[in-house]
Each structure stands twice: as structure tokens, then as C-alpha cells.
Design a protein around this ligand. Structure first.
Ligand SMILES: [Zn+2]
Length: 242
């Protein structure tokens, strides 16, 4: 990249753009780039106006091309303009979010919905990930797709007994710790292409909310019991220490 190249590119685009400088902080809905009404066409249509805009710049991640051919920010973030491979290639205008979406990775704390419970494995849908937003711990919902996680019975609790209960025993933690529709706090321990391995073997991890048979909400009573606010019913769970 040379100064000449930058100057040439800047001049070429400054004739018909109002693209903001790289690094500008913009809000959702901020217009970033537009082309003037076409002087070649007496009755420009939305379609050819859009084509005109697309010829000189392309909407990148964090933007979209509005019906009036303005590349517009979809989120709060910083503008990036990227030149194409040749001098006549269109610019790509992107907006990088101020708070990048967190990614699921080993060590992440997650909020999960229990989907299935078998003696050996709990299957969960990962709903959100705990991250720091402006230094405040916040659960950020995951919207991109369904993320599945599994808790093996050995990763449910750190409570150890000299003789581990057999899967046939009513004391077996896999049966009584979590049930479908429970909300759990878990930590990701590892990942596979299709799912995440989760653990609740920490005091602060486990059930935080359970749906009662009466429709009420069961909340932690102590480290191994949840109690319904409505009917007083109690059930055993591996409870997250508040
Ligand atoms: Zn109840």
C-alpha cells in the first residue's frame, strides 16, 4: 500500500461517496455510504440505484444495503473500509461491533436448558454465555443457531462417595440432578464438532431454576434441594450455590 495508491483511491471515491473514516464509531441505522442520484438515467429506479451503489461499495458484515441504496450500519461499532483487489474494485464497508459477540470456548460459563436426562448423560441447549459487558457480568443470548451440550454423569458434581451409586440406584446423581426444562449454570470443558462438553462440578454451578409440576417456579432451598414458591413441593437437584 503506497501513499500514491491511497491518494488515488481516496480521490476516486471522494467524488461520489460520503464514506466515514475508518474507526468512526457509529450507531445502528447510521447511513455509511451513498451514491448521488444517477445523472445518466432520467428515471432511476431503486434497482439501478442499488446496482450503482453496489458497483462502488459493497455492504460488509455489520451493514446492509437499504432500498434507497445507502449502505447502513446494523449495529453499534467501528467503521472499516476495505479496498478490493484492484483499483476499480468496489470498497467493502463493514462495522465491527463495540462488544464482539462472545464465542463458546473451554472455560466459558453458560446458561443451559436441560433437554434430556439419562443415567449417563444430560443433554442441554446452551442458551447464553456469561461475558463481561462494561465490566459487568452479563449473560449474552446465543441467537445464531442451536448449540448443544452434554454433561456426563461424572461431571455433574464433585461430591464423591467411597462407593459410587450404581445407575440402578435411586441415589444415582444422573437421575436426580437434572431433569428436562431445568435451567442450569454450566462450564464448558471441551468441544466437539457437534456439541460441547459441559461440567457442573463446581459449587457455583448447577440448577438455578426448576419448573414445578404445579406450574410454579422452584428455586434453590439449599445445595441439593429446590422448593416450589407456589405449592411448597421439594425436589432434589445439584443446586448452584448462589
Ligand atoms: Zn409447585
Amino acid at each position: 500500500m503506497t501513499n500514491e495508491g491511497n491518494a488515488h483511491s481516496g480521490n476516486a471515491h471522494s467524488q461520489n461517496t460520503n464514506a466515514p473514516l475508518d474507526g468512526t464509531l457509529v450507531a445502528p441505522g447510521t447511513p455509511l455510504y451513498s451514491t448521488p442520484p444517477s445523472s445518466n438515467s432520467s428515471s432511476p429506479t431503486t434497482a439501478n440505484a442499488a446496482a450503482s451503489a453496489a458497483a462502488s461499495a459493497l455492504p460488509g458484515p455489520g451493514t446492509f444495503l437499504s432500498p434507497n441504496s445507502i449502505i447502513t450500519s446494523t449495529l453499534k461499532g467501528y467503521v472499516t473500509t476495505q479496498k478490493g483487489p484492484t483499483s476499480s474494485s468496489p470498497l467493502t464497508i463493514s462495522v465491527t461491533p463495540v462488544n464482539p459477540l462472545p464465542t463458546l470456548s473451554p472455560g466459558s460459563l453458560t446458561l443451559c436448558l436441560c433437554l434430556r436426562s439419562t443415567p449417563s448423560t444430560i443433554t442441554c441447549q446452551i442458551l447464553s454465555i456469561l461475558t463481561s459487558v462494561n465490566s459487568t457480568p452479563t449473560f449474552v443470548p446465543l441467537k445464531t443457531s442451536t448449540h448443544l451440550g452434554q454433561i456426563q454423569s461424572s461431571d455433574i458434581t464433585t461430591v464423591s462417595t467411597s462407593s459410587p451409586p450404581s445407575p440402578d440406584s435411586p441415589d444415582f446423581l444422573g437421575l436426580q440432578s437434572y431433569r428436562p426444562s431445568d435451567l442450569l449454570l454450566t462450564r464448558i470443558t471441551s468441544s466437539t464438532p457437534s456439541s460441547y462438553n459441559l461440567s457442573t462440578a463446581e459449587d457455583c454451578l448447577g440448577v438455578i431454576e426448576v419448573k414445578c409440576q404445579c406450574g410454579g417456579k422452584m428455586v434453590p432451598e439449599n445445595f441439593k434441594t429446590v422448593k416450589c414458591k407456589e405449592c411448597g413441593r421439594e425436589e432434589e437437584r445439584k443446586v448452584a450455590k448462589p
